[in-house]
Write a protein that binds this ligand. Structure first.
Ligand SMILES: C[S@@+](CC[C@H](N)C(=O)[O-])C[C@H]1O[C@@H](n2cnc3c(N)ncnc32)[C@H](O)[C@@H]1O
Length: 389
């Protein structure tokens, strides 16, 4: 996800402001019904997914120039072309289909299918699992326009299939799943939640009941007695575990911004990674205009890998987006264009630069490959600098 740091946040149109106000009222009612406090993960769930009102459940334009952020497949088709190289290798070994989780505008699906088809490797089915009605409609329209003859091969599904063979792709999906906020304050580890104050939503920390969240919070927060705020995302782990459990023969690629645990829960990262995206600005106030902004947290890739392994899958690789794309043949794909088309070549090159530049998406974004029934090495990870999980 790419957007600029906060300078000033543009005001919403009156109907959008009314929509946000209505959602805020509903969340306030939910807080009252639950005794005056809800966990931050519940707040994030309401703000992003409340039926008809949440950011991903309602109609506003999210992705692209008129939305709130752009993602790698929107920046350059080279992203999809590289993923197609990896997908081809796996589909040749395993057969099966492609399943994309959270396909956004559908651009990755359209470009990936084109590339596979160009190599005679189009899957019989390309399944899309999308929770946002607005994005589903955009995906359907784009696929109808780009692949009219193959539209029947695209299938929208509401839940994970019981068995998945082939390739699963989730680009920037784990970061939008509701996370818990945990806070060591005054030497005690608490869960951060949301209350209603006279000034609007506010923070309140409370004791964590015995259970998985408490165990994990105590395990990840670095030793010491200084204040430390961070996230634990059990919902993201549950999604990875479900994909891993359903994987028959195949590879699932989770691409997102994040780190392994030693870097995620670094003593100096004491304010966490929560980040909100609104009209190409980012800031860290999740209470700003509920329903009109995206709320995200970086991904703890160590936890995702362990979740996959607990479901019997294997970690096939973990590396940076830059190394993955380059290992998939990015340089060859870019230089393979017509050398006389200097302008489009240049444009392609500057977009590609955003994907792999260490100060943009290249280093912060990682690719985690989990698989079952597959031999190493896989294209995207073979010459890649391996990272430790
Ligand atoms: C940040 S957008 C990324 C979109 C797209 N993958 C891209 O790279 O442009 C997050 C996507 O995940 C979808 N999403 C959110 N929660 C989901 C869930 N539990 N299962 C599947 N998709 C989900 C959103 O509706 C949206 O399409």
């Amino acid at each position: 996800m790419s957007s600029q740091a906060e300078f000033s946040l543009p005001p919403p149109a009156p109907d959008a402001a009314a929509h946000s106000h209505e959602l805020a009222e509903r969340i306030a009612n939910a807080i009252a019904e639950e005794g005056g406090w809800i966990a931050f993960s519940r707040f994030m769930e309401h703000a992003l997914y409340a039926p008809g009102f949440g950011y991903y459940a309602a109609g506003s334009r999210k992705i692209g120039a008129e939305g709130d952020f752009v993602t790698a497949p929107e920046i350059s088709p080279m992203f999809a072309r590289c993923l197609a190289m990896q997908a081809r290798q796996v589909l040749e070994r395993t057969g099966g289909d492609v399943l994309e989780l959270g396909p956004g505008t559908g651009i990755l699906a359209a470009d990936l299918f084109s590339e596979l088809k160009a190599h005679g490797a189009a899957p019989a089915r390309y399944r899309l699992l999308e929770v946002s009605p607005e994005l589903r409609e955009r995906q359907r329209a784009l696929i109808a326009e780009r692949h009219p003859g193959d539209a029947g091969r695209f299938e929208w599904i509401d839940r994970l299939p019981e068995r998945i063979d082939g390739v699963v792709i989730a680009n920037e999906v784990l970061d939008v799943l509701p996370c818990a906020l945990v806070h060591r304050s005054g030497g005690v580890v608490l869960e951060r939640g949301v209350v209603v104050t006279e000034a609007g939503f506010g923070w309140e920390d409370t004791a964590i009941p015995d259970g998985e969240l408490k165990r994990r919070a105590n395990a990840v927060i670095p030793p010491g007695d200084y204040d430390y705020l961070t996230e634990v995302n059990l919902a993201a782990e549950a999604l990875v575990r479900s994909v891993a459990a359903a994987l028959g023969r195949g590879l699932a690629l989770f691409i997102d911004y994040g780190f392994a645990q030693n870097e995620y829960y670094h003593p100096q990262r004491s304010m966490g990674t929560l980040r909100c995206h609104y009209r190409h600005r980012f800031h860290n106030d999740p209470f700003f205009l509920p329903g009109l902004q995206d709320i995200t947290a970086h991904v703890d890739f160590t936890a995702m890998a362990r979740a996959a392994e607990s479901a019997g899958a294997e970690v096939m690789g973990y590396t940076t987006q830059a190394h993955f794309l380059i290992s998939c043949g990015l340089a060859v794909l870019v230089s393979g264009g017509d050398p006389n088309m200097t302008l489009s070549r240049l444009k392609a090159t500057s977009a590609v630069h955003r994907l792999i530049n260490p100060s943009e998406m290249g280093e912060l974004f990682k690719v985690l490959g989990i698989g079952r029934g597959l031999d190493s090495p896989l294209l995207g990870f073979q010459s890649a600098r391996p990272l430790t999980l």
